[in-house]
Design a protein around this ligand. Structure first.
Ligand SMILES: C[S@@+](CC[C@H](N)C(=O)[O-])C[C@H]1O[C@@H](n2cnc3c(N)ncnc32)[C@H](O)[C@@H]1O
Length: 422
């Protein structure tokens, strides 16, 4: 299967604006439920909190159509603001729901009791291997004894389905995600996950190390879950190009979101260890299909689909010079040019869709990153501004937020606009 060449972007970074930590997910790790799982694409709670000022009007509802790890929804829930959030990825919808739910003392106590039994399952040195997910080359991710212990813990959680309250099971599954990633042979040095270089570690004491990570994870997660939230959240599976199918027209006061960037990062690829272990993915074909439905996805089958994709002739991306930009990328890679074209076609469909669900006078705030393909810089923020104007938003503004990588031209921007009317 062919693959789209990776754009040479996003390595380590300096911080010319002096605000980098405040504007990235790193700032979230110190925070309660925000730090439950380290999924790199999250944006900052500080940024979202700033965009909620002044507060939406009484009973005003906030929308995040690209929910990811649920940052916008959780910031709203902490502040007593109602929020609806959608995502194409069912694992992320589940996570956002779990992060923004209220947990009773009884649900917390039953999660803690079950967690003790699961720690016991981690410690048992049983030879027979329980069910393992069909994750490609799983042996690269975990050592044999780690894998066997994780399989025992997963089976112990699965046996409690239907016997424990689902809220308690959600907390155990989040702790399990923390456990599996903490003991995986991966590194987070760059924007995305990669396999660590430092070869096979000793297997001695693996089970007790896993059990102690598990106990810490459960303690952290249940203590954060105890903190009550005051804003109602609905996390809804929905394609951001078709928001009208799931959401009320003209229902939203403010949209605060960060869509996928056109940088070839696949969220399905990044999230595959969690998604396979929790049963959201069962094989490479379903993974590729989901990635194809995601905007900007290029993993597995999504790449071959892209080679066959043709734009809808009735839709034109309303940015002067767009065709020239595609032509310049196509000189080196026709497939990458098509990738960029499809990305903005999808975002045009999304912009029209979001316009319909925002109330007159409502505001939208999008955090977006520009991209570079070979030596062609794609002014993503300017193109978003043009899309918003085209579908009917007004007062479109672009603000540069931070530098994103060692490449001097790559930045994150805030694109904001208002729907005309009261
Ligand atoms: C940059 S991430 C959002 C990160 C989020 N702000 C956070 O703090 O975690 C973009 C999200 O868009 C979602 N997405 C991609 N294509 C989508 C589509 N067609 N409809 C809805 N969501 C989509 C991805 O699954 C991903 O979760």
């Amino acid at each position: 299967m062919t693959s789209v060449p990776r754009g040479r972007c996003d390595a380590s970074a300096d911080d010319p604006l002096g605000r980098r930590e405040q504007l990235t997910f790193k700032a979230n790790l110190r925070h309660t439920r925000h730090g439950w799982l380290r999924l790199t694409p999250a944006y900052s709670v500080h940024l979202v909190a700033g965009l909620l000022e002044p507060r939406p009007r009484a009973r005003g509802v906030v929308l995040d159509p690209f929910c990811g790890t649920g940052t916008t929804a959780l910031v709203c829930a902490e502040r007593g603001i109602e929020c609806h959030t959608t995502d194409i990825n069912p694992f992320l919808v589940w996570l956002a729901r779990a992060k923004t739910s209220s947990y009773t003392d009884a649900e917390l106590a039953s999660a803690q009791r079950a967690a003790k039994a699961i720690a016991g399952a981690l410690m048992t040195r049983k030879r027979r291997l329980d069910w393992l997910p069909a994750l490609h080359r799983i042996e690269k991710w975990w050592s044999p004894r780690t894998l066997a212990a994780l399989a025992r813990a997963r089976a112990a959680i699965a046996r409690r389905e239907g016997r424990l309250p689902s809220a308690s099971l959600d907390l155990l599954k989040i702790a399990f995600c923390r456990l599996l990633i903490a003991h995986a042979n991966v590194s987070f040095g760059h924007q995305s996950m990669s396999f660590a270089r430092n070869g096979a570690a000793s297997e001695r004491g693996v089970e007790s190390a896993l059990a102690s990570t598990w106990q810490r994870a459960v303690a952290d997660i249940t203590s954060a879950a105890r903190v009550p939230l005051s804003g109602a959240v609905a996390a809804i599976p929905c394609d951001a190009r078709e928001l009208r199918t799931a959401l009320e027209p003209r229902g939203y006061d403010r949209v605060i979101t960060s869509p996928p960037y056109p940088n070839r990062m696949s969220y399905i690829r990044e999230l595959r260890p969690y998604m396979y272990w929790l049963g959201y993915l069962s094989d490479g074909r379903t993974a590729g299909e989901l990635d194809w439905r995601a905007i900007g996805g290029t993993w597995g089958a999504a790449t071959s689909n892209l080679a066959r994709w043709t734009p809808d002739a009735a839709l034109a991306v309303p940015f002067r010079g767009f065709e020239r930009l595609l032509g310049a990328i196509a000189v080196t890679s026709p497939l990458l040019a098509r990738y960029v074209e499809r990305y903005f076609h999808d975002m045009l469909a999304h912009s029209a869709s979001v316009f319909d669900v925002v109330r007159a006078g409502g505001q939208v705030h999008y955090v977006v990153g520009n991209s570079k393909f070979y030596d062609v810089l794609v002014p993503v923020e300017q193109i978003f501004a043009a899309l918003f104007e085209d579908v009917g938003f007004r007062d479109v503004r672009v603000e540069r937020l931070r530098k994103r990588s060692s490449k001097k031209e790559l930045f994150e921007f805030l694109v904001s606009a208002r729907k005309p009317g009261r």
